[in-house]
Design a protein around this ligand. Structure first.
Ligand code: GAP
Length: 510
């Protein structure tokens, strides 16, 4: 069973130290979150799994880490200065601000049909196309919204709406001590551009042949109009992105291969159930995309929403960041739509040995959100189990590879120095293997310690007791140097010799 509401996850995250609101003691900073002691482990484990699957286990990938501060020209020629916008709208009465498409999604079909009729169009099925149509004449849209009595969920009444308008989501920051119009840089809105502008550096330093890819994980910044739904939509986010460079004629096939591969990865390695995932093909495409397919996850409270987008970006990025574009073999869309580049010093091309000419590779881009991945993993793993004694056990059934703590070593009695010393030495031995995070905990009675570890997803608890010391009942020494191992999901317990413990756990933590 997965979580039923986002509230359950928010509460667990705060209670057990996974995720806290950013700048909390000063009233918070909307759209920012801090990852706590367990959250940082979970997030790092997710990123590690992704890196291993996408970089180490393939023979055609390189990793990279590029700067967050970005020269404005990178984001001018990428198209972000002009087009990286969201539509917003305000209710003059409630003073509430909405993302225009989100406001429309909350309306009934009757209201939406009335908006379209008042605007004078047939309503497109796709919401992005509908919003685009309405943005073509914002004054007329305002009149249509008022005539159709578009409701503000804040007070449940028809709003007194402003004209919808677009808003650029990029954060600017001053670079150097003197603030003037020219001395700013952008905080990158996606990790992708760092990989495109380093295409030549990576190609020349690794001698890669097509197809090959570059992977990157890291922070991006978006001044979201209405950050909400916990870590689902934040202003400071983390991404895991791949730019996979291919021959143009191979792009469609390779695009499909990445979609299949990544759906399988979310299921097999992250543990999301296949029924909670579905694909969505965008009808309205970004300026750079020939086809974009999103992997949606069925988040509690939110329903199906985007976890990862996988786009065929064509030659847009390499073409638009190149100098001397007129002399490059670009696709029609890029040749027509890309800004004439007056600042780049490079031609981002690839020399095709067989054809003896330069080509501009196409790019297939799987782009996932780390925060949304963490959220999906938590939602999927969350379970409330009714026990025979009538108590409810909260258990996080995380895949062992994702669990923040792999093993908790617990002494049966914390006031018995020999038991404590033995338990601490077991913990040290497990940790010394370098294979798992083990913790020692004696802060409560054993039953309570089990519950706490269940709630944070620890797959195994190990208890050291009198039997371990060879001090069993009636002088029984048969269990000397063995410990009780309790498995999280089944709660079954097994007696395991200490000398076999590492191998026992290694087998089960895979
Ligand atoms: N380079 C392409 C790109 O950035 P995107 O669909 O805008 O594509 C990729 O972002 C992923 O980043 C999304 O699928 C989502 O998981 C995550 N993401 C985007 N905006 C986000 C936000 N404001 N908060 C949290 N995650 C976000």
């Amino acid at each position: 069973m997965a979580a039923k509401s986002l509230e359950q996850i928010v509460s667990l995250c705060k209670r057990r130290g996974f995720i806290f609101p950013g700048s909390e003691i000063y009233g918070g900073l909307q759209g920012t979150f801090d990852y706590g002691p367990l959250g940082v482990e979970l997030k790092n484990n997710l990123k590690r799994l992704w890196w291993r699957h996408n970089v180490y286990e393939r023979d055609d990938m390189e990793g990279i880490e590029t700067a967050l501060l970005t020269n404005r020209y990178v984001l001018r020629y990428s198209g972000h200065e002009k087009g990286f916008t969201d539509p917003l709208i305000d209710n003059k009465t409630t003073k509430k601000r909405y993302r225009f498409d989100h406001l429309l999604k909350e309306q009934t079909n009757e209201v939406l049909d009335a908006v379209a009729a008042a605007f004078g169009i047939a309503r497109p099925d796709d919401m992005d196309l509908f919003v685009d149509a309405l943005l073509a004449d914002t004054k007329k849209s305002q009149t249509a919204l008022m005539a159709a009595k578009v409701i503000d969920a804040q007070d449940g009444k028809p709003g007194d709406w402003t004209e919808p308008r677009t808003f650029n989501l990029m954060f600017k920051t001053q670079v150097g001590p003197v603030a003037d119009d020219e001395s700013f840089a952008y905080l990158r809105p996606e990790t992708a551009q760092g990989m495109f502008i380093n295409f030549k550096n990576v190609l020349d330093s690794t001698n890669r042949k097509l197809p090959f890819g570059i992977a990157q994980q890291g922070k991006s910044f978006r001044n979201e109009i209405t950050p909400r739904n916990f870590i689902f939509r934040v202003r400071e986010l983390e991404q895991m992105e791949i730019e996979y460079f291919v021959r143009p004629e191979d792009a469609e096939r390779i695009h499909d291969e990445w979609i299949t591969d990544h759906v399988d990865w979310w299921v097999e390695e992250v543990g999301l159930s296949r029924e909670n995932l579905k694909l969505f093909s965008h009808v309205k495409l970004a300026h750079y995309s020939r086809r974009t397919v999103d992997i949606l996850y069925n988040f509690p409270t939110l329903g199906f929403d985007e976890l990862e987008g996988i786009a065929n970006r064509t030659d847009w990025d390499l073409g638009s960041h190149s100098r001397d574009q007129a002399n490059l073999p670009l696709s029609a869309n890029t040749a027509q739509m890309a800004l004439k580049n007056e600042h780049s010093t490079e031609k981002l091309t690839y020399f095709d040995d067989a054809a003896k000419k330069h080509i501009v590779p196409f790019v297939v881009e799987p782009a996932a959100g780390v925060d949304r991945g963490v959220l999906a993993a938590l939602c999927e793993a969350y379970d409330e189990e009714l026990l025979p004694n009538g108590e409810t056990r909260v258990v996080l059934r995380l895949k062992p590879a994702l669990a923040p703590i792999k093993v908790a070593v617990l002494p049966l009695a914390k006031n018995k120095p020999d038991i404590v010393a033995y338990a601490k030495s077991v913990k040290r031995t497990l940790l010394a293997s370098g294979e798992m995070r083990a913790v020692y905990d004696d802060s409560a009675a054993i039953g309570k310690l089990y519950r706490r570890q269940d709630e944070v997803g620890t797959p195994f608890c190990i208890t050291v007791d009198y039997d371990t010391l060879g001090l069993g009942k009636d002088g029984d020494t048969s269990l000397k140097d063995t410990v009780t191992v309790r498995e999280r999901d089944s709660m079954l317990q097994e007696r395991v010799p200490v000398e076999d413990l590492l191998a026992y756990l290694r087998d089960r933590l895979k």
